[in-house]
Design a protein around this ligand. Structure first.
Ligand code: CO
Length: 148
């Protein structure tokens, strides 16, 4: 016999189980060279579904945004400024050929575009900086992914 209470309880546990293994994070970038948030938190080792939405109107060549998450201990400002010397350019969305400091990254998007990536959060708790690598943007477009 169909038991409503049991069915609801089971559904609640299923939702809990799903939410325990994936984080859905949305970042917005605008035409004022800003992300809408400075930090977000994920759990160690969990699946992260990261969405970057460019809410502006300017094209990628003028106001491109990406999200590059860096390894713990990396100085985003210093690293961001070194992107050209590490092989990052317009042809590769300013993602350096030397990816040793990168945990995960999106492609570069322009106004009105959205990009989604899925990656596994680091197992080690701590602060992982993120930034946009479009030239000059790291000064304003950076934040921290907290793993805890
Ligand atoms: Co940008």
């Amino acid at each position: 016999m169909f038991n409503t209470t049991r069915w609801i309880t089971t559904l609640a546990f299923c939702l809990l189980a799903v939410s325990a293994f994936a984080a859905d994070i949305t970042l917005e970038g605008n035409d004022q060279m800003q992300f809408n948030i400075k930090s977000f938190t994920v759990k160690p080792g969990e699946t992260v579904n990261l969405t970057l939405k460019h809410v502006g109107k300017l094209p990628k060549a003028a106001m491109g945004h990406n999200v590059v998450i860096l390894k713990m201990g990396t100085d985003a400002q210093t690293w961001g400024l070194s992107v050209p010397s590490k092989g990052g350019n317009a042809g590769n969305d300013y993602i350096p050929t030397d990816k040793s400091a990168i945990v995960a990254h999106t492609k570069m998007v322009g106004g009105g575009e959205t990009v989604k990536i899925t990656f596994k959060a680091p197992d080690k708790a701590g602060s992982y900086p993120f930034c946009c690598t479009f030239p000059g943007h790291v000064a304003m477009m950076r934040g921290v992914m907290e793993v805890k």
